[in-house]
Structures are given as C-alpha cells and as structure tokens.
Design a protein around this ligand. Structure first.
Ligand code: ADP
Length: 622
C-alpha cells in the first residue's frame, strides 16, 4: 500500500481524495496555484506546494512542476482527480517513468479511448453495440455529407477529439449539413487542435446511461451498476442518479456486460466509466442502448454509485494502484436504495445561466445529506476554474423519496452574493415529470419555462420578506382594518425586494424562509433563492422619513374616496385618515400610532397604484 499521495487537482475532488487517503492513513500532498493558497484542500492536506499562477496552463496543467513537487515532498503516488491531467496519457507515463505510482488509468487505455472514432472501432471489434454512424478516415465534406444522408437526419457531428460537450452539432436536414460541418470543424480545431469529425445518428429523446467499471492489475474487471445522467443542460450533466429509472434486469445485464467487455478490451485498470446512449422512446430496451465513449478516470458523479453500493471508489482506486486486487467480487456487489446528485453551480439561471463569481460571504448547505464541496464560507468562486460550488448528494430507499430529499436540500442552500442554480435544482428535482421518471437529455430545455426561476420575487417570497421583517421592525408595517368584508384584518407590510418596493399581505401561511444579515445586507433565503430586501426608503415615495415613520402605502390599485385629515393635523392611533376604494370595497387607512400627518400625497377622487405612498404620519414624540 502506498504511504503518501500527491493530488494533482484542486477544490472539491482534491478534498474528496484527501478524505479517503486520511482514513487509510496515507500522507497527502496538495499542489495549488497562488490564488488557491487559502482553499480548504490546501489546508487539509498534510503538505502543500505552490506550483504557479492562477491560469491552469501555468500551474495545474504543468506536468514538470507537479513531478518536481512530488520529488520535493517525497510523494510516492499521484492522483489526478478528474479534469486537468487525469486523461493525459503522456502524464501517466511521465509519472511512472519518475518511479511514482499513477492512481489512474493506464496510458495505453487512455490512448485507446481518447479519440471517439478509434474507441468506437475498438468497441465494434469487442462486440459492444455502438451508436450507428460514420467514423471513417475520409473527411472530405462531400463524403461526410453523403454519409449523413445515408444515416438519415437528424444526425450529430462530433469532433473525434471532443469532450465536455464541445465540438458537437446537431443537423436536422441535409441543407444544413455543410454549414454545421464547417462550424464544428472550426470549434474542434480551436478547442482540441484536431478538426476530424465523426457522424452519428441523432437518437431522439435519448437517455444518457453510464456504467461504472473497475479493473485491477490482476486482470479482473467488475462493474458497479449504472448511473443515469440524462438531466443535462447544453450537454453538461446537472442531476445524476443511480440506479437508472425504469431499468429492467435484461437491459441492466446487457449494458453492464457490454461495459465490462469494453473495459477488458483495453486491459483497463482503475476506475472508468462507459457511457451509453439509449433510445428510451418506448422504455429502456436491451437492443436500444449503444456505446458512446469511455471516460478513463473517476467521474464527478461517482458519489451516487458509492451511495447505492456502499463502496468508497477512491479507496478502490488507491488499493488497485497499489497492486491489490479489487476489494469486491462481482457477486458481492449489489444495489441498495436510490441516490441522486445535483451540481450546485455559481451561475444565475434567471439571466441565461450567466456565470457568477466572487466572494462567498454566506455559504450554508443543508444538514443531513452528503455535500462534496471545495469552498467554504468566507472564500470565493474564482473565475479561473470550474464554477461548481458543491455536489448535493442524497440517498433514500426509493426514487421518489430521493427526489424529495434532493429538492428539499437544494431549496435550503444559502449562498450570497454569488448567485447559484439552487432554486433551479429544487424545481427540477420536484418537477412532476422528473419525479415520475420521465426524463431524457432534452428535459431541461423543454421545461425551461417552469424550471428557471423568475427574476421577480414570487408571492411566497414577498410574504416571507414581510414576515421576516415583523419581529425586528414592528414599525415597518401597518395594520389595516377590515379590507375584506367578513375576513380577519389583513396585515400589510411594505418591503423592498431586490431594489423594488412591494406591499405584501401576510395571510398566516407558514413559509420556510430564513433571513440573515450578510456583509451588512439583509437577505432572505427562500426555496434556494437569495433576495436582498429592506423596508422601502421614503425617497422612493418622494418623502424624507422611513416607512417606520408611519408611511401608509396603497395595498392595491384603487381610488381615494375621502381624505379626512390635512398635513400638520395631529392624529391618534387608529384614527381614520382616508378611505380607499379598491376592488369594489372600501378600506379605511388608519393612523398606526399617535402623531402628526407629516405628508399627504393624495386627494379625494385620485387614482393610486399599488404601493403608492398615500400618507405619512410622524410619531408625536419624534
Ligand atoms: P462529450 O465527450 O463532449 O461529453 P459525448 O459523446 O459524451 O460528448 O456526448 C455528450 C452528450 O451529448 C450525451 O450525454 C448526450 O446527451 C448527447 N449525445 C451524444 N451523442 C448523441 C446522439 N448520437 N444522439 C443524441 N444525443 C447525443
């Protein structure tokens, strides 16, 4: 067993690896860029080496600096995590050439699976079903077009060197093929330095199903069942789960056996994932699921597999790299319960998922679930790296229970001032179609209307804001009597949420919301969203005092029937100031306390809109 391990990565996955290494009694060494020196993973490692400036190509991607750090700290092994150098065959070789243990896939397997076309050819030879398409050497536009015509539209053009959802173009009709090919080739050349493409039949309503595999140096390969990663936005995974909904035993056997075959075909060692695409238009079927590609590393979404199998995949990686056989035999592995993971990103769904970076003045995760995160409160989301803040991971006995737990977890996230997709995740996890298992890779795009939260606060949020103000600012609200004929008096509160004034009725419904002062700003956290709020300043209404001085705002659009006071009049608490007619009902506006009418903004007969300041009373002693 190795005794020390350098982690050539950062953030969440570096912490994840450190956690297991520590449990196994292995000394850990972090490498980090200068902007990352204060990150938790640097502090949590036993040793840390700064390897350069923020841009990854000057630090995390510089092989020589990482190898030097390993030498300087006496590290015995290197774990690449995912991303960065994890699927770099040259680096895998350089690590071993330096006499170190590589906790990753063999360089030969990485190479064999590195290009999508070569991988597909290899899989065909191994008897693994692959997505129908063209993956030949003839890259002339005319030939590619002819192949696309033969396959039948829609087709997907993919860069053979592509990854991370880049370098793909869907083509719906023959006339669009030429332009799509050019733009795909351009992107492929720019992103991967290789403009070759392959063409695949575009599977309609597809589901992304992948199988976790593991190999050891003794030549044994097992699978740890499947994950479903169909919930994607722009080909990027958002919510992953295990097992896959609707998976029957025949399809599971077919796909897991194919995955083991695929791993064996490249003499695989360590953790790997075989990705498949399924045509689930008529449910999952053993003959409608095809190999897409292999990822020769640990995946971001590995925790859902850990949750349903009870295994620690990082521990497996370390044991296998140390030369031990796989910890479990195939027949010792089984699925228990249901697990889901949501990726909490620093982005703002209401404005087109714009990335959001900056300080994390507040960062609170729900208790009672697994949260894998690389950042902490007081830290920041840096523009240099992946914008993932955390993975929210839940497990429950059944899928509906897991979905409910995930929705609740996402709704309880509190982050500020960085914006997140927490509310979006909560909506997705509680969406009736999602809960029913009606998912495919187009789910998010198709349901964007109901999944993306509005930029304006909802009624719930307005009420929660009003409610939050009550205990601490009793003067900020006015009690208005008898608005509805036979109902109890409503309590109405004037608040300003995200810069906009609102007048809110509190109807007594319980709302789960928390308000906090973060860096001097008063915030309301409701359903995964964060809203700055305060009582409106009087300058919004043209006056000088605050609402706590006794400004009464129009609760709804209406007409002023009578005005019973004048500016300068002394009034007593409960005295009628004016009467408003709204929705065919009269409503008296009463003095909130003893005082003087400081401002009167309306006259009898005037029309007012909701939130208009009508009258302001100043306290007698103020
Ligand atoms: P990358 O390597 O860039 O991640 P993949 O080949 O893994 O690209 O595909 C990414 C995603 O694109 C898949 O998860 C799936 O949603 C979609 N996709 C890929 N191939 C097809 C296909 N033939 N038909 C429909 N959708 C596809």
């Amino acid at each position: 067993m190795i005794k020390s391990l350098l982690i050539a990565n950062r953030g969440e996955i570096a912490r994840r690896i450190i956690r297991t290494a520590r449990k196994m009694g292995i000394r850990t060494i972090a490498v980090h860029s200068d902007v990352d020196s204060g990150m938790p993973f640097v502090r949590e490692a036993d040793d840390a080496v700064c390897i350069g400036p923020a841009p990854a190509r000057e630090s995390y991607l510089v092989q020589g600096k990482i190898l030097d750090a390993a030498k300087a700290t006496g590290a015995e092994a290197i774990h690449p995590g995912y991303g960065f150098l994890s699927e770099n065959a040259e680096f895998a070789e350089a690590v071993e050439a330096a006499g170190l243990v590589w906790v990753g896939a063999p360089a030969s397997s990485i190479r064999a699976m590195g290009l999508k076309d070569a991988a597909k050819k290899l899989m065909i030879a191994a008897g693994v079903p692959v997505t129908p398409g063209y993956m030949g050497d003839d890259q002339s536009p005319g030939h590619l077009q002819a192949e696309a015509d033969r396959i039948g539209y829609p087709v997907l053009i993919k860069a053979v060197a592509g990854g991370g959802g880049k370098g793909m173009r869907k083509v719906d009709a023959a006339q669009q093929f030429g332009d799509a090919l050019l733009s795909c080739q351009r992107e492929a050349a720019a992103s991967f330095g290789d403009d070759r493409v392959l063409i695949e039949k575009y599977i309609l309503g597809p589901r992304h199903i992948e199988v976790q595999v593991f190999g050891d140096k003794q030549g044994t390969v097992v699978h740890l069942f499947e994950r479903d990663c169909s919930l994607q936005r722009r080909h990027q995974k958002v919510i992953e789960e295990a097992p896959a909904p609707g998976m029957d035993s025949a399809t599971r056997a077919a796909v897991c056996d194919a995955a083991v075959k695929a791993a064996k075909a490249v003499d695989y060692v360590g953790a790997g994932t075989i990705e498949f695409i399924a045509d689930a238009s008529e449910g999952l079927r053993p003959d409608r699921i095809w190999f897409m590609e292999m990822n020769t590393r640990l995946q971001v979404e590995h925790p859902v597999t850990e949750m349903i199998t009870g295994q620690d995949l990082v521990e497996w990686q370390i044991r296998v790299a140390s030369g031990e056989p796989l910890p479990k035999r195939q027949e010792e592995l089984s699925i228990s319960g249901w697990a889901m993971e949501a990726r909490l990103y620093a982005e703002n769904p209401s404005v087109g998922f714009l990335p959001s970076t900056g300080p994390l003045d507040r960062l609170k995760f729900p208790r009672g679930i697994r949260v894998d995160s690389g950042v902490e409160e007081g830290g920041e989301v840096s523009p240099f790296y992946d914008p993932m803040i955390a993975k929210l991971i839940v497990a429950a006995p059944t899928r509906p229970a897991a979905a409910a737990k995930l929705a609740q977890a996402a709704s309880r996230v509190e982050v500020w001032p960085v914006r997140t997709n927490a509310a979006f995740l909560a909506r997705a996890a509680s969406d009736p179609d999602f809960v029913a298992g009606h998912i495919d890779t187009g789910f998010i795009e198709r349901h964007a209307d109901r999944l993306v939260p509005a930029a304006e606060p909802s009624e719930t949020i307005k009420q929660a804001a009003a409610r939050a103000l009550l205990p601490t600012a009793p003067d900020a609200w006015s009690t208005l009597a008898g608005f509805r004929a036979n109902a109890a008096p409503d309590r109405r509160v004037a608040v300003e949420i995200a810069g906009h004034p609102y007048l809110v009725t509190i109807d007594g419904a319980p709302i789960r919301a928390r308000d906090h002062i973060v860096a001097g700003e008063r915030l309301l956290f409701v359903d995964g969203e964060a809203w700055p709020f305060e009582t409106p300043r009087a300058d919004h209404a043209g006056g000088s005092g605050a609402v706590s001085d006794g400004a009464l705002l129009a609760p709804m659009p209406g007409k002023v029937i009578t005005v019973e006071v004048a500016e300068g009049d002394s009034v007593t608490k409960g005295q009628k100031l004016l009467v408003l007619e709204a929705m065919k009902m009269e409503q008296a506006m009463l003095a909130p306390f003893d005082g003087v009418v400081a401002e009167l903004k309306v006259g009898a007969g005037g029309q007012v809109s909701e939130g208009t300041m009508l009258v302001r009373v100043e306290k007698a002693d103020g």
